[in-house]
Design a protein around this ligand. Structure first.
Ligand SMILES: NC(=O)c1ccc[n+]([C@@H]2O[C@H](COP(=O)([O-])OP(=O)(O)OC[C@H]3O[C@@H](n4cnc5c(N)ncnc54)[C@H](OP(=O)(O)O)[C@@H]3O)[C@@H](O)[C@H]2O)c1
Length: 270
């Protein structure tokens, strides 16, 4: 039986991955149980595994602006990349791209991060690829086991008559359970390389918030569009985060399903 090591086991995606792997031989240590920056501990843990899925990350995008070195230590998992080699599947992000233009980003498009988090995640990709690991870039995640934009909007619907949401950033809301299933299918296929693990279609944060309101039976017109400039954040956000899905063909897999269908299926557990 394949032995799966899932690092960052306490996180949102990792929790759904462990759920999908129910019945398999899985170890999913939390940060307290396995710090991926601890080289000796990583080498020991990886010895056991046939497949390593690295879900551990510094995900506080704005905090990375002021603490890039600390973010880099986690997001560039050099010890894991060295120890696991081609057994490693590493999660990355749309933030490795600049967000320019209006076309979806192919897997081999030139990278060009515009914030510190994106730079650290790109360094992670390079470390993993140097040791022949596989990259799955994802974006705009939501799920049952962590905070997300979707859950924030559901909360704000109850407390606010009107919410203002950025309408000029485009991306693909992605359910962690869909992504977890996809990672298992990818490993099963034996394919390696760089893949885009996002649900299909595209919307804006405003469009996503409106869909959440619809699911709650609330009037979507209560969600008002604003520009990114009206909502300044410490880290710049890419305007176009839409990822292309051509790479899945190499694994014999179709692109992941449409984001709206996934959100509707996820809804009862959010
Ligand atoms: N969430 C998104 O929208 C999104 C978008 C694009 C890409 N991604 C990528 O997808 C992956 C999974 O994201 P997620 O949303 O599931 O993240 P998450 O819920 O924040 O989980 C990350 C986990 O990593 C752990 N961790 C942090 N530093 C660690 C270390 N040194 N050693 C071991 N574990 C450590 C965290 O533990 P503590 O909580 O104890 O710190 C946390 O449990 C990440 O690679 C992320 O960059 C996520």
């Amino acid at each position: 039986m394949t032995r799966w090591l899932v690092t960052g086991g306490g996180g949102m995606l990792a929790t759904d991955l462990v759920r999908v792997l129910d019945g398999a031989d899985v170890r999913a240590p939390s940060r307290a149980e396995l710090d991926i920056t601890d080289r000796a501990a990583v080498a020991e843990a990886v010895k056991w595994a046939d497949v390593v899925v690295n879900c551990a990350a510094w995900t506080a995008v704005d905090d990375a602006e002021t603490d890039e070195e600390a973010a880099l230590r986690v997001n560039a998992p050099v010890a894991l990349a060295e120890a696991a080699g081609r057994r490693l599947v590493h999660l990355s992000t749309d933030y490795v791209f600049s967000g320019e233009g209006a076309e979806p980003w192919p897997e081999d498009a030139p990278t060009g991060p515009i914030n510190a988090y994106g730079r650290t995640k790109l360094a992670g990709e390079r470390a993993v690829l140097a040791h022949h690991g596989t990259i799955v870039r994802t974006a705009w995640l939501y799920g049952a086991h962590g905070p997300s934009f979707v859950r924030t909007m559901a909360r704000l619907e109850r407390s606010h008559e009107v919410v203002r949401v950025v309408a000029d950033q485009h991306g693909q809301p992605t359910w962690t359970l869909d992504l977890a299933r996809r990672i298992v299918d990818l490993v099963g296929s034996g394919a390696q390389g760089v893949f885009h693990g996002t649900n299909s279609g595209a919307t804006t944060w405003h469009g996503l918030a409106q869909e959440v309101f619809r699911l709650l039976g609330a009037d979507p017109e209560r969600v008002r569009p604003v520009t990114s400039e009206a909502y300044p954040r410490p880290a710049a956000r890419p305007k176009n985060s839409v990822l292309a899905h051509g790479g899945w063909a190499a694994a014999g897999l179709k692109p992941m399903r449409d984001w709206r269908e996934a959100l509707h299926d996820a809804w009862p557990e959010l």
